[in-house]
Structure formats: structure tokens, C-alpha cells
Design a protein around this ligand. Structure first.
Ligand SMILES: Nc1ncnc2c1ncn2[C@@H]1O[C@H](COP(=O)(O)OP(=O)(O)OP(=O)(O)O)[C@@H](O)[C@H]1O
Ligand SMILES: [Mg+2]
Ligand SMILES: [Mg+2]
Length: 665
């Protein structure tokens, strides 16, 4: 472009929106400006994520075989120090940055680290080269000490900026490793403090995950109490099996012995170690279930591919056992949920080059983990069942009981739904495209925004299990409408007919015509508004549906990324950045933004948003304090009712305590 062209360009509306309005954030600035992308927010959970990042680095050093002791010390003033006796962060001059030590580069540059190639670490929890630099950026003061080659070095930082060059402190003949002390920045986290109980639990579970390390806990006496001691030392040679035994305590289980073990994965073609898996599972007689998934000692609360592998191994194992003992007829109907629901599971894998969904690593996405875990666990599970037939039969019996119960409930619903349909044949809304209900899968109703998206959804659906109800634009806000107005509204009447479960105090989820009700709107502001109105409707008019966990939000992607033959979908900007930095690293990516559901072709819509095996859903839940109908109504009125001041007050009072657990997948 010539200078000329720049002169002649018309100013595009807003005078102030020109090149100067486009910022390029440098160094650690993006972390301070958008902490959510790196630590998932600025709430209590995010604050504790800082501790996890530093502890993870020390654990990586231990798992790689270079450290066997870690100390975690919480001092007054919200100061946390994590020390290990590993190799120490390198302090020599970095070849690419003359005059700077590797330590300084690591602390002040995103994507700097020694875990990209797998040479210095085999199965590390770290992989992005982001963790410690993020901690540094979000701390008002950080001090790193490194003891290497019998010498002690130190460097200090404030909000990510160095306070001076790396210093040689002196001789350290008896010390080696790294010590990182930091104080989270109140500009980012306000006056939130580390919770000793939360750190204590984190530290303890880390020790269970790797028997080769001893972890010492210490906190200022003023922070200790009846449950959290000022000092403790953890080392658990029994690993997860011990951890589970402690969790189960004296509760009675279906099998007296837990199913636990560990197995190395087969070596790679070049003879390299590929990691291992450790598991411990119990089936208590009464339990809501409890599931702890880890990868390379990182907790992945949302599970992922290692979880899938375990579920597959258990399901296939129990089916095979059922055949062995002559129950093959029923065996084929056993689902993974029948085996896993109500069990207490701890699963820990160590794999090379893990892929997580984001920097907070809540979900493992490495595809090979599913295959490795399934193959490793399957054999052991077969033995567990057949070595002691009584034990195998006891477990099979419990699983079949759960299966029978599930099938019975389903059949009941089926009958209800048929009679309801027959009795009201003419009264099902014309816009509803119902599912046939054949084939036995769980049924779902998608409430879709707009007729065109409705059309795509109809083509994308599974006609046996998925029904579609398109609604036109923004439905009535029931929180600010009179009962008469609600009754007269045709969209709402259609919804009521399609669901068949009654409203208000007559609402009974047992009569719901589907297993799941899924709100599927565009991934934009209008879509969010429509979803909000629909949730308001459910909270107020059909609270039982929400309370019993039948209501979900679909998660259509925002972007499609393509490079050559690889393509992937991103849920949001953070996920997109993550994919660009990992799957598409150093590739030229084309990014398409979906403006609405209608823009995806049916195949894409199915794959990304509707098909149970590849989509993700958010389940809408009610926090326990809103169990009563009146309390829910009050909350909905405040948030969605006519008086904006109530809304404002609610937001003001609750800012900063948005609890991620209110929403779970
Ligand atoms: N305690 C430690 N001992 C030795 N080296 C360390 C230690 N902590 C950090 N490092 C080095 O610093 C690098 C950067 O750490 P950082 O936490 O920023 O990223 P990472 O661990 O590589 O990946 P992630 O962002 O996933 O945590 C590591 O790769 C490692 O080489
Ligand atoms: Mg790290
Ligand atoms: Mg880094």
C-alpha cells in the first residue's frame, strides 16, 4: 500500500477507532489484563491455581526423578513458598537472550520452558511454558532462589517486572533445587487470602499421587487450627489404594476388596517409556459417587480421555464377565453409567506430552490416553472379576440392579409418553418435531432459536432420540409478566405441551417427556439473552425440571480453525488461542466465525453441538440454598423482574463470588 492510499482512506465512522486503538500487549501484560484466560478467573479457585502451578513444577521435577522432597510453607501476609530439591531452574545465560539468565527468561516470558521437547522431562504436568510466568505476573512480589553447583542464586520480581539482575548470593554446599516465594497481587485478587485447608488438601493429594516424594507442609501458627496442623509430613508408599481406603473408611462396599493397581504402558517403538496408570475403585453400597481424575499429578476435575478409557475397560470387562457366567442376554444392555455411577474412583495417569483443554487443565484431551488406559486396566479388571467368582458376581449383581432400575424407569416414561401422546394427539404443538423413542437411548428435546436453525437441527438430529422445538426469537420474560399474560403466550403454551410435565407447583419431572431438555441458542449476545429468558421460564414455571437435573445448555462453537486437512472447533477466544498455540502451532490457520447455528451445515452442527459422543453440555443446577420454591422465585424476581435496582444490588453484593460449581458439565 502506498502512503497515498492511507491519506485517502475515509475515516470509518468513530474518529477514535483507528490504528492507534489497536493494542499489542507485550511481555506479561496480557496476563494482567486478561487473567481469566490463564487461570480461569480471579476468584478463590483462580487464586489457588497459582499455588498449583508452582507445586506442579516441583512435582514435575520429582516425577522426572530429580527431586524427592518438596516443602510448602504458608506464611502470614498471604506469602507462599514452595521449595524442592531438584535440579534447580537453569541460571546460565540464555542463548537467545544475551545478558539474561534462563531463570529471568522463564519468569518473564510466556511460552518459555523445558517441557516442550520431552528431553528434560518425560511425563510432566507442565507443557505450555506458561505457569510460573503467570504466577509471577499476578504476584506483587516474587522471589526465586536456585541452588545449583553448590552456589545459591536469587532474583526478585514485582508484578512480573524484574527488581534487579540475577544475584549470586554465595556458597550453598548442602543445598540444591528451587524455592519460589510469592504474594498474590491484591490489585488482581482483592483481599482474598490463601485458604490453609484448601492448600493442605492439595499438598496431601499430590503426595498420594507420587510415592517417590515426601512433601512437608508448614503454615504460620496463626493460620493453623483443629483440622490444619502447623506442620505435617506426607509420604504415601501405598499410593491411591491407601487414599481410597481412607476416603471409604468403614463404609460397606459391594466387594470387600477394592479394584486397584498400577500398570506401565507399553514402551514406544524407540524403547522410550510411555508412562503408566494407577487406579483405585470401590463400589460402596450407598454413595453419590466420587471421581478424582489426574494426569501427570494434575487434577482434571472434568475428566476426559483417561476417564473414557477407564469407563470402557470397566464396561467391557463386566459385560465379558456377564457372558462368562451365562448372563449374556442382559450383558449387552449394560452401559458405562451402570458400572460407574455411585462408585468412588481415583485414576492417575502419567503420559508423555499430554493435551489439556486449557491452561487450568480441567479436562484431558489427549486421544491416546483413552486407548492406553483401556488396554492397561482391562486385563487387571478381568482378573479382579474372575479370580474370585463370588466377588465378580457380587459386582455384576449390583451393576445389573442399577441397569434394571434404569430400564424400568425408562419403560415407565415410555408408557407415560405414549399415553400422553395418544391422549393429546392433537395437542402436541405443530412446530415440534418429536423423536420416535425407539432404540432405547435416552431422549432429548432441543429448544432451538429460530426456524432456520430449527431446520438444520432437524437434519442434524438423531431421529430416534432427539426432538426439536424451534421457538421464535425472544420469548416472554415470565418474571415480569402477569399469570394471564403467561397463559395467553403461544410460545410458552407450546413449550408446556411439548414437555408434558405441568407448571409451578404441579410441575412434576416424572412426567417430563424427555430425559434431557437442552437449550440451544447462537453463541452471541442475542443467543445468551434468549437462553436467559428460557432459564427464567424453567426456574419459575418448572423448577422441578431444574432441581432434578434435566435442564442443559448446548455449547455451540464460535470458531472453526482449519490448516490443511486438520480442523478443529473453538468454543471461545481462549479456546481458540489455546488451539492456535498447540494443535496449530506454526501453521497457517484459517479462522471462520460462526455467526449462528444456522450457518453450520447439519454435519457440523451434529458433530460440534448435538451428538452425545462429541458435544459438551452444561447442566443447569440449583445451589442448595435455593432448594425451596419461594427462594428460587425470589432470586428469579430479583434477577429478571421489573425492578432494575434489585438486579444492581444483587450484582454488587455478589461480584467476585461467582461460583464455578453452580454450573457443572
Ligand atoms: N521447580 C523447578 N525445577 C526445575 N525447573 C523448573 C522448576 N520450575 C520451573 N522450571 C522450569 O521452568 C520452565 C517453565 O515453567 P512453567 O511453569 O512456566 O511452564 P511449564 O511447567 O513448562 O508448563 P506449564 O505452563 O504447563 O506449567 C519449566 O518448563 C522448567 O524447565
Ligand atoms: Mg509448570
Ligand atoms: Mg514460562
Amino acid at each position: 500500500m502506498s502512503d497515498d492510499l492511507f491519506d485517502k482512506l475515509p475515516s470509518a465512522g468513530g474518529e477514535s477507532y483507528d490504528g492507534s486503538a489497536i493494542e499489542v500487549l507485550e511481555g506479561l501484560e496480557p496476563v494482567r489484563r486478561r487473567p481469566g484466560m490463564y487461570i480461569g478467573g480471579t476468584d478463590e479457585r483462580a487464586l489457588h491455581h497459582l499455588a498449583a502451578e508452582v507445586l506442579d513444577n516441583a512435582m514435575d521435577e520429582a516425577v522426572a526423578g530429580h527431586a524427592n522432597r518438596i516443602e510448602v510453607t504458608l506464611d502470614e501476609g498471604n506469602r507462599l513458598t514452595i521449595t524442592d530439591n531438584g535440579r534447580g531452574i537453569p541460571v546460565d545465560e540464555h542463548p537467545k537472550f544475551p545478558g539474561k539468565s534462563a531463570l529471568e527468561v522463564i519468569l518473564s516470558t510466556l511460552h518459555s520452558g523445558g517441557k516442550f521437547s520431552g528431553k528434560a522431562y518425560a511425563t510432566s504436568g507442565g507443557l505450555h511454558g506458561v505457569g510460573i510466568s503467570v504466577v509471577n505476573a499476578l504476584s506483587s512480589h516474587t522471589r526465586v532462589e536456585v541452588a545449583r553447583s553448590k552456589e545459591l542464586f536469587a532474583q526478585e520480581f514485582a508484578r512480573g517486572a524484574t527488581l534487579g539482575p540475577l544475584q549470586k548470593i554465595g556458597a550453598a554446599p548442602n543445598r540444591r533445587g528451587t524455592a519460589v516465594s510469592f504474594t498474590p497481587d491484591t490489585e488482581i485478587f482483592g483481599d482474598q487470602q490463601f485458604k490453609p485447608a484448601r492448600l493442605f488438601k492439595l499438598v496431601r493429594s499430590k503426595a498420594y499421587l507420587f510415592a517417590g516424594v515426601e512433601i512437608r507442609w508448614r503454615c504460620a501458627p496463626s493460620l493453623a487450627d483443629d483440622t490444619i496442623p502447623a506442620e505435617a509430613t506426607f509420604q504415601f508408599p501405598g499410593g491411591l489404594a491407601d487414599h481410597l481406603a481412607e476416603q471409604i473408611g468403614s463404609r460397606e462396599c459391594v466387594t470387600t476388596q477394592f479394584f486397584s493397581g498400577t500398570q506401565d504402558f507399553p514402551r514406544g517403538d524407540d524403547g522410550s517409556e510411555q508412562g503408566r496408570v494407577e487406579w483405585a475403585i470401590a463400589w460402596p453400597l450407598y454413595s453419590d459417587g466420587s471421581y478424582s481424575w489426574y494426569c501427570n499429578t494434575i487434577p482434571t476435575p472434568d475428566g476426559g480421555t483417561h476417564e473414557q478409557g477407564l469407563r470402557a475397560a470397566l464396561t467391557k470387562g463386566i459385560r465379558a464377565f456377564a457372558e462368562l457366567v451365562g448372563q449374556q442376554k442382559k450383558a449387552k444392555d449394560i452401559t458405562p453409567d451402570d458400572v460407574v455411577t455411585g462408585s468412588e474412583v481415583m485414576l492417575s495417569v502419567f503420559i508423555r506430552d499430554p493435551q489439556f483443554q486449557s491452561q487450568t487443565k480441567d479436562r484431558l484431551t489427549s486421544p491416546e490416553a483413552a486407548r492406553l488406559v483401556e488396554a492397561a486396566v482391562r486385563d487387571h479388571f478381568d482378573h479382579f472379576l474372575t479370580d474370585n467368582l463370588e466377588r465378580g458376581k457380587a459386582l455384576l449383581g449390583a451393576v445389573m440392579e442399577r441397569m434394571d432400575e434404569r430400564l424400568r424407569r425408562k419403560a415407565e416414561r415410555e408408557v407415560k409418553r405414549k399415553t400422553a401422546t395418544n391422549a393429546r394427539k392433537l395437542r402436541l404443538p405443530g412446530k415440534l418435531t418429536d423423536c420416535s423413542g425407539e432404540g432405547g437411548g435416552e431422549t432429548e428435546l432441543f429448544i432451538v432459536e429460530g426456524d432456520s436453525a430449527g431446520g438444520s437441527a432437524k437434519q442434524a438430529r438423531n431421529r430416534k432420540t432427539q426432538a426439536i422445538l424451534p421457538i421464535r426469537g425472544k420469548i416472554l420474560n415470565v418474571a415480569s409478566a402477569t399469570a394471564d399474560k403467561i397463559r395467553a403466550n403461544s410460545e410458552i403454551a407450546d413449550l408446556g405441551l411439548a414437555l408434558g410435565c405441568g407448571t409451578r407447583k404441579d410441575c412434576n419431572a416424572d412426567n417430563l417427556r424427555y430425559d434431557r431438555v437442552i437449550i440451544m441458542t447462537d453463541a452471541d449476545v442475542d443467543g445468551a439473552h434468549i437462553a436467559t429468558l428460557l432459564m427464567t421460564f424453567f426456574f419459575q414455571e418448572m423448577p422441578d425440571i431444574v432441581r432434578r437435573g434435566h435442564l442443559y445448555l448446548a455449547q455451540p462453537p464460535l470458531y472453526r480453525l482449519t490448516a490443511g486437512s486438520t480442523s478443529a472447533y473453538a468454543r471461545d477466544d481462549a479456546h481458540r488461542a489455546e488451539l492456535e498455540a498447540t494443535v496449530f502451532k506454526n501453521k497457517k490457520v484459517e479462522v471462520g466465525r460462526f455467526k449462528g447455528l444456522g450457518e453450520m451445515n447439519p454435519g457440523q452442527l451434529r458433530e460440534t453441538t448435538m451428538a452425545p459422543e462429541s458435544r459438551s453440555l452444561i447442566r443447569i443446577t440449583l445451589p442448595p440454598e435455593y432448594e425451596g420454591r419461594a427462594a428460587v422465585k425470589d432470586l428469579v424476581d430479583r434477577l429478571m423482574g421489573r425492578n432494575p435496582e434489585h438486579r444492581f444490588m444483587f450484582i454488587q453484593n455478589r461480584a467476585g463470588e461467582i461460583d464455578p460449581e453452580l454450573i457443572d458439565a
